[in-house]
Ligand binder design. Structure first.
Ligand code: AMP
Ligand code: MG
Length: 390
């Protein structure tokens, strides 16, 4: 199949003429990849089982992993669901359109082919103007998982989509790079207690502000115990992963404690190493705290050890820590002090490591609050939970 690429001149103000053909393809049962504020989506008519089947095939995705339906207006939610709980209405009022997906009991018109056989359906109203206008023009709920080959990092640029989907889909709407760079937050509102099944840019703190406390599905935190199933079926697959073997380097709690205790042996040692490092640069090096400096040193150590075996090794660091590394191949993922830059660059850097043929990747880790919770969730999954605690 030949894939057509339609470039949107100004993605903030897409013109209907630019989206008409894509809308037609969706209505006719074909596949269209398009930008959203989270990642690029691979869209098909969500009420058409055959279109869903095509999506699974193009992605190579297991068919028990359900799709998210995307809508353009609140009235479009009602026909898709059995019930809209009060909490869901409040979340929608606050965060829709936006990077929040909610799980509802499904109505009869939603085929099991799009819900992976579940009696629930995931729905989101994206904020991206191109996505939203396209969905409105299509006039159907658009089932759209991330537009990557299953298991690869999600696409945050049209080129990423092209790499994975060229020849497999009808059309790519090229709206430039996405804004957020991580998939939507998923909140299950179908049960008695709302639960976060996948963290994202709508953070736990933000959801709790609206709902009071929410649960976090245990699958989000780490590897599932044998025999238990995560509530979001997709979370059980090795996800977001680069081809190289990724190791996430984290500080042990006791290390953090020591580094925060002036006068401890470790504190004194790392403090003087940081001062010496600053001197070696010939300028004061004020932008690094002890913890980040220590972590960067440890990541560098592990990477260089692996380099000595002759393997090709890459490091994922940050703007602040970049200068600490002696490792050859290093890529900054963003600013440690600005989690949104890290979220935005994460998948692009993982894909770049693939393009460079890197066999082993070592990454710094991040604080787990707010957006950092979602970043660490994706890094942890990409690493297959391979963690080096230092
Ligand atoms: P993606 O489309 O790649 O962002 O993945 C969609 C995610 O939503 C996967 O992790 C799915 O398992 C999850 N999901 C979709 N529908 C449901 C549902 N009805 N119940 C629970 N999780 C869902
Ligand atoms: Mg995905």
């Amino acid at each position: 199949m030949e894939t057509k690429r339609v470039i949107i001149k100004d993605a903030a103000y897409p013109r209907d003429e630019e989206l008409m053909e894509a809308a037609q393809v969706l209505r006719g049962g074909g596949l269209v990849a398009f930008p959203t504020e989270t990642v690029y989506g691979l869209g098909g008519n969500g009420l058409d089982e055959d279109a869903a089947e095509k999506i699974y095939r193009a992605k190579g995705r297991p068919s028990d992993n359900p799709l998210i339906l995307h809508i353009a207006a609140m009235e479009e939610l009602e026909p898709l669901v059995e019930d809209i709980p009060e909490g869901a209405r409040r979340l929608a009022a606050r965060f829709w359109p936006g990077p929040l997906t909610m799980i509802f009991p499904k109505s009869k018109i939603v085929p099991y082919g799009t819900t992976g056989g579940l009696d629930t359906v995931a729905v989101r109203m994206p904020a991206d103007p191109t996505a939203r206008r396209l969905i409105a023009l299509a006039g159907v709920p658009v089932a759209a998982p991330s537009a990557n080959t299953s298991g690869r990092p999600s696409p945050t640029t049209a080129d990423h989509v092209w790499q994975d989907m060229e020849g497999k889909i009808d059309l790519l709407v090229d709206g430039g790079p996405v804004g957020i760079g991580l998939e939507s937050t998923i909140v299950d509102v179908s049960g008695p207690v709302p639960a976060i099944l996948r963290p994202g840019a709508i953070t736990r703190e933000m959801v709790e502000e609206v709902l009071g406390t929410v649960e976090v599905d245990p699958a989000v935190a780490g590897p599932m115990a044998e025999g238990t199933a995560p509530k979001a079926p997709g979370m059980k697959y090795k996800h977001y992963a680069p081809k190289g073997e990724l190791t996430l380097v984290r500080l042990k709690e006791e290390t953090v404690r020591e580094l925060r205790r002036p006068g401890s042996t470790l504190y004194v040692q790392v403090q003087s190493a940081l001062a010496a490092f600053g001197m070696s640069l010939g300028r004061p090096f004020a932008q690094l705290d002890l913890e980040s400096f220590y972590m960067a040193r440890k990541v560098d150590e592990a990477a260089r050890q692996m380099e000595q075996t002759g393997a090709s090794v890459g490091v994922i660091c940050t703007d602040e820590t970049m200068a600490v590394y002696k490792t050859c191949l290093k890529r900054s993922i963003g600013k440690r002090a600005q989690a949104d830059t890290v979220a935005h660059n994460l998948y692009g850097v993982l894909r770049e490591m693939d393009d460079l043929g890197v066999q082993y990747i070592y990454s710094e880790s991040f604080a787990q609050d707010h957006l950092g919770f979602a970043v660490m969730n994706r890094l942890d999954k990409a690493a297959g939970h391979r963690i080096l605690a230092v």
